[in-house]
Every structure is written in structure tokens, then in C-alpha cells.
Write a new protein. Structure first.
Length: 697
């Protein structure tokens, strides 16, 4: 499991460094260096993880070393998450202050003081984690761990197909703009001063399948490029960066040796190979392509080769293709020399599919299917739900799950096979724990437990005294008769500030949650999932809830006495799921819901149909929620404003499942909303809300 945590943290670091480069995530002087040091240490540790995971089974010291690494990685992820979230909160506060036209001097004084204090705390936290990581890096030498990056093993199979510069240019589509941009760098028209010492390195960066190699091939096969350079050399790097292998490939591209001469390259040491390259390219204007560079740990090893290339003539160029922007920087590309590939347009993708699959045939049925395929071609921005559903279907096909419950043709819930559950629990060791509580005190093993499921005995209140739970990431609570008081919630929010998942589950009719949620909920800035379903006593949610900018799911299903949602709900910019079906006391939705443009699933939405209200959500506001996949909508009002209803733009959405209710006639609602004729699902309900057995989870 350590490798998964480290991979996640490295992704966070990469995002943090990119944001830092745009000067939006600055902290205090020196913290940028600390973050970059974190990345170096993690990448170094990453090279021995696979061997460490294998040795921990027979060496308790290696296991302890991995546990320390896991602990530091968790803390690091929390620190980076807090950094990013703090900056987002500050940006929102600045916008709100400007919109309210506060006096600027008062705002700057209070805002700046709080900002400096918060950022200093984060900076010190990052520095402390880095010191721990330094010790972990030094300690690894004791165990003689073999170099092998487990992340590279997972994400980058060792046997990748080798590429070449040869390609049928007639089959390539699009990328004219990017080609022109690269050619400008090759001709020296970028405005950067040309010197012998400076080797211009251009990098093409993009996810797999976007056509980085194809674009490089397009450049290499350009007649002007061939005539401009004395020699064009293509090297497919692919696997872990090996200086001798790359050097041999360069010599083969330069000298084209055969027979014994080619065989002799295998036994030459690196120094001899580099001297041979430098001698050959003296005064030569060359163009070197390094295709599919993966290894981000090769910075120092690249320097030897890079120094050799300075013996070429001014105007020589290096072109790198890689998936990693950090690799591009380490290869010597400045930010202006990195070409980020975007996905192709649907029309360009269709041209590729047509050329590959139809081979000149004209068939309308095949064209329709082909265009549907083209819409999903090279789509790196496919939403997480689609990817998750695909992975889930694969696991279902392999019998990972059983006991499926369906409703309206959709899956409600299922169960993991017992054997798989036991195996997963074994791998997770003590990270996941289950406790039964029969007193007013909760104790957690803070050094191990990260995910906790709590069963509370009958008539026992939720504990007001908590110890060791500071690092919990998941807390799921089940109780039948125990009460959850306002004081207990306040204590929980104070102690468990690293929670990502917080769920209070009540059997129907046995809710004992208090009427209000304490303002302290705003301290849980890492929270992603918050479940309060069937909390019948709950009447209001605090505005502080809207400070949880990372919140992705807010589940208020069947909270029958909830009277209103927070006015500032529009701040929850990352919210993807909002459940309020069954909230019978809720009579309107706040206008701010229209700002929740990340929403995928919205149940219980109430929209006014007869006018565009300044404070109340209206039909026209649906036009902002363009990523919705499931909508449970209650239309209110005595009539429909057709102009406003048209702004909902449901006719543009083909993949939306719609459930409708309200007092207005069905035919009038359909005419007003005019949903796309090919939507997969549309159903009316006479009253609004689902019974407990029909809950869409």
C-alpha cells in the first residue's frame, strides 16, 4: 500500500509545483525549496519500494522502515492538501470581500495577518516532515535495498514497443499548430539568443495516446527539417534512462556502424562512448529526438550526455517527448519550450477512425458508430465516474462482488466477496479498524489506525472524550439508540481534523442526531464525503460547512426536518453529489447552487418555474450545471416562464437521467424543458422523494 500513497503524494507535489510556477501558491521564503526537496526524497525512496515490500515479510526492521515511510507520506499528503485548500479559501475570501466593497485597508490588515500565520504553520509542517524524510532516506542504506521503482513498474511496463522516425505522413491528422510552433524553435525564431553553450531542448508533453510520438515523427519527416540539419538522430528511450544504451543509440544514428564496429559498441564504457559522440559532432548541426522519456530520476545521468552535445554547431536542437512536465524541465526545456498537447477535436478523431476502420468505404451506419467512437478517442478528461464505472464492471466480471440490489435498472448496492474482504483486510493490516463503544470515551491507535468503523451500543451516547483519533481519515458510525449530541460533535470536529470521510448511519426511525451541526465542521478542510442521511431531527446546517472546498459528496437524504440549505453553498466548487430527496421540510434551493458546476448527481432539487428569482434556484439556473448525469427535479410554481425554462438547455444533454415531479402538468414541463430526445431515462413521480428501499446510493 505504501507505493499507492507515494504515487498519490507525488501527483500532489507535481500539481503544487506547477501552481507555484504560476505564482498562485506561494508560501514563505524557502518553502519552495522544501517542497522540491520533498519530491527528490520521495523519488529516491520510490526506487527501492518494490524490494522493500518483498523483504518486509522476512525482515521486521524493513517493515518498521516502511511503516515510518507510510506515516510520513500520509502527513505529507495532509500538509499539501492543507496548502492547496488554504490558497483556494483565501482566493474566495478575496473575491467576496471585493464584491461586498469593504474598505480595502481593513480587509488587507485582517486578511494578511491571518494569511501569514496560516502559511507559516504550513511551512513549518512541511519542513518538519522533510526532516523526517531525510532520516528515512539515510536509514534505507542499512537494508541494501535493490533499485527498482514500483511506480514505474505499475505505470510503465518494461516491454514497451520501440518507436522509430519512419511513418506514413499521409496517415497523420491534426497538430498543424503544434508542428509550426516546434519548427519555429528549430529555425531559431523563438527570440532566444543563440549560443554555442546553450543547447535548445524542446519538449512535447501529454498523456499517453495523444500523439506525441506521431508529432515528433511528423517533424522528422519534414523535408525542410531534413535539409536544415546535417544529421537527424532518433532514439527511443522508453525504459529506465540508461546513459550507455542512449549513447550507443546516438552513435548508431550518427555513424551507422555495421558488423564488428556495431558489436564493439556493446562493450565500450560510457566515457569512450561520450568521447566518440563529441568527436563525431564537432561542428555538426544535428537534430536529436529522444522519444518516450519516462524516468524522472535521471537528472544527474542526463548531464553527462548533455555536456557532450555542446560540441555540435550552433543551431543544433534536441526534441523530447514525455508524459511528465517535470521530466521536460530536467531535460533542459524552459517553460516556453514545452509544448503541451491537448486532445484532438472530434472531427480530427473521426478522420483517424475513418482512415483506420473504413478504408475509404461509405456506409452511414458505420459512420454513425465511428463518430460515437471518435467522441471518446484520446479523452484524457473523461470524468472520474465514467472511469470508475468501467473499473467496477471489470471487477464484476471477475466475481469480486455479489448480492446485487437494483432499482430502476441501476445498481443500488452490492457486497464484496468474503474471501476478498479478508484478503484486503490482511493487506491493510491495522489501518482499518472496527470498534464497539460502550462508554463515553473513544480510544484509537493513532500510530496505525486511519479508517475506523464504530458500533455504538444501545442507549450509549456518542463519546465526548476522544483520544488518538487525530490522524483518522475515515469515520463511519452505526448506532440504534445512542444519541449524538452537539457537544460530542464539537469534540469530534476538534480532534479529527484530517477526516476525508465522515458518515453517521441511522436505521429508519431511530435518529438521534441533534438539531444543529456545530460551526466547528468548518475545521475539517480535508473532508470529501459527509453523510447525514435519515437525520430526522436535523433542522439547519451552519454556513461554516461551505468552507469545506474539498467536499465532493453531501448526503442529506431523508432529513425530513431540514428547513434550508446554507446560503453560501455556492462555495462548494468541488461538490459532485448532492442528495436532498426526502427532505420534506425543504421548500426551496438557494440561488448559489447554480455555481456548483462540478455536480454530477443532484437529487431533491427544487426549481421555481414561474420567474427568475434573485435568491431562489430557478429552471434557468440549470443551464450552468452542464456536467449533470442524474437529476431528480421538483418543479414548483403555478405556471412556467417559457423563456426562462429554455435557458435550462436540457436539449443539449444526451446522457442525463431525469426524474421529474411537481404540480405542473407533465406535458407542459416537457414542452418547457425540451430535453434531448435521446436521453437514456425520463420518469415522472406524482409525489417527490423515494422510500428507504428505493434509495439511490
Amino acid at each position: 500500500m505504501v507505493d499507492a500513497i507515494i504515487s498519490f503524494v507525488l501527483d500532489q507535489l507535481k500539481t503544487t509545483i506547477v501552481d507555484k510556477a504560476s505564482e498562485e501558491v506561494g508560501l514563505l521564503v524557502g518553502i519552495e525549496e522544501e517542497v522540491e526537496k520533498l519530491e527528490r526524497n520521495l523519488r529516491l525512496i520510490n526506487t527501492v519500494l518494490r524490494d522493500a515490500e518483498e523483504k518486509k515479510r522476512r525482515d521486521d526492521l524493513v517493515k518498521e522502515w516502511l511503516d515510518s515511510l507510510k506515516e510520513a507520506s500520509y502527513d505529507m499528503g495532509d500538509a499539501l492538501d492543507e496548502w492547496r485548500t488554504t490558497v483556494e479559501i483565501e482566493a474566495l475570501e478575496a473575491q467576496n470581500a471585493a464584491s461586498r466593497k469593504r474598505k480595502l485597508c481593513n480587509f488587507i490588515s485582517s486578511f494578511s495577518i491571518g494569511r501569514v500565520y496560516t502559511r507559516r504553520k504550513i511551512a513549518l509542517n512541511v519542513k518538519e516532515i522533510n526532516q523526517r524524510l531525510d532520516d528515512i532516506v539515510k536509514e534505507k542504506e542499512k537494508y541494501q535495498l535493490q533499485l527498482m521503482s514500483i511506480c514505474n513498474t505499475i505505470n510503465h511496463p518494461q516491454q514497451r514497443p520501440e518507436t522509430s522516425s519512419f511513418v506514413d505522413v499521409s496517415k497523420l491528422c491534426g497538430r498543424g499548430k503544434e508542428k509550426a510552433e516546434i519548427l519555429n524553435y528549430l529555425w531559431g525564431r523563438s527570440g532566444e539568443e543563440e549560443t554555442v553553450e546553450l543547447i535548445t531542448t524542446i519538449s512535447i508533453v501529454g498523456m499517453g495516446g495523444l500523439g506525441k510520438t506521431a508529432l515528433a515523427q511528423l517533424i522528422c519527416n519534414d523535408d525542410d527539417v531534413k535539409g536544415h540539419f546535417d544529421r537527424v538522430i532518433w532514439v527511443c528511450v522508453s525504459d529506465l534512462f540508461n546513459e550507455r544504451r542512449v549513447a550507443r543509440a546516438i552513435i548508431q544514428g550518427l555513424e551507422k556502424p555495421t558488423g564488428a564496429a556495431a558489436y564493439g559498441l556493446e562493450s565500450n564504457p560510457l566515457q569512450v562512448l561520450l568521447e566518440r559522440i563529441s568527436s563525431y559532432i564537432q561542428g555538426m548541426k544535428y537534430f536529436l529526438v529522444l522519444d518516450d522519456v519516462w524516468d524522472g530520476n535521471k537528472g544527474e545521468r542526463w548531464e553527462g550526455l548533455k555536456t557532450t552535445f555542446k560540441f555540435g554547431a550552433p543551431g543544433s536542437r534536441i526534441l523530447v517527448t514525455t508524459r511528465d512536465a517535470e521530466v521536460a524541465k530536467m531535460m533542459g526545456s524552459s517553460s516556453s519550450q514545452i509544448i503541451f498537447l491537448e486532445k484532438l477535436t472530434d472531427e480530427q478523431c473521426w478522420s483517424i477512425v475513418k482512415h483506420i476502420a473504413l478504408e475509404g468505404r461509405h456506409d452511414q451506419n458505420l459512420e454513425k458508430i465511428g463518430r460515437e467512437i471518435a467522441e471518446k478517442w484520446s479523452d484524457g478528461n473523461a470524468d472520474l465516474e465514467s472511469k470508475g464505472e468501467e473499473y467496477f464492471r471489470i471487477l464484476v466480471d471477475r466475481s469480486f462482488f455479489q448480492d446485487f440490489r437494483m432499482f430502476e435498472g441501476e445498481l443500488l448496492c452490492c457486497k464484496m466477496h468474503d474471501i476478498l474482504h479478508d484478503f484486503a483486510s490482511h493487506l491493510a493490516e491495522n489501518e482499518f479498524a472496527m470498534k464497539e463503544i460502550n462508554s463515553d470515551h473513544l480510544t484509537v491507535d493513532g500510530s496505525k489506525n486511519r479508517h475506523l468503523r464504530v458500533m455504538i451500543d444501545a442507549r450509549i451516547p456518542f463519546p465526548t472524550s476522544i483520544s488518538g483519533a487525530e490522524k483518522l481519515r475515515t469515520l463511519i458510525t452505526f448506532t440504534r439508540e445512542g444519541a449524538l449530541t452537539y457537544e460530542a460533535l464539537g469534540s469530534l470536529f476538534n480532534h479529527c481534523r484530517r477526516l476525508r470521510v465522515l458518515s453517521f448511519a441511522w436505521p429508519d426511525g431511530t435518529d438521534h442526531l441533534c438539531k444543529e451541526i456545530p460551526e466547528g465542521i468548518g475545521k475539517l478542510i480535508h473532508l470529501r464525503f459527509f453523510h447525514l442521511g435519515s437525520s430526522q431531527k436535523l433542522e439547519r446546517l451552519p454556513e461554516a460547512l461551505c468552507n469545506l472546498l474539498n467536499l465532493e459528496c453531501l448526503d442529506l437524504w431523508n432529513c425530513g426536518n431540514l428547513k434550508r440549505l446554507p446560503d453560501s453553498i455556492g462555495k462548494l466548487i468541488n461538490l459532485r453529489y448532492l442528495y436532498t430527496a426526502g427532505c420534506s421540510a425543504l421548500t426551496q434551493y438557494p440561488k448559489g447552487v447554480q455555481k456548483l458546476t462540478s455536480l454530477r448527481y443532484l437529487s431533491g432539487l427544487i426549481a421555481r418555474a414561474d420567474r427568475n428569482d434573485a435568491k431562489e434556484f430557478c429552471l434557468a439556473d440549470l443551464g450552468n450545471l452542464k456536467h449533470l448525469r442524474v437529476l431528480h427535479l421538483k418543479v414548483v410554481g403555478n405556471s412556467i416562464d417559457m423563456e426562462q425554462a429554455g435557458k435550462a438547455q436540457l436539449q443539449d444533454t444526451q446522457s442525463l437521467h431525469i426524474f421529474l415531479a411537481g404540480s405542473i402538468q407533465r406535458a407542459d414541463i416537457i414542452e418547457a424543458l425540451y430535453p434531448h430526445r435521446n436521453i437514456p431515462y425520463l420518469r415522472f413521480y406524482s409525489d417527490y422523494g423515494f422510500g428507504p428501499s428505493e434509495r439511490k446510493r
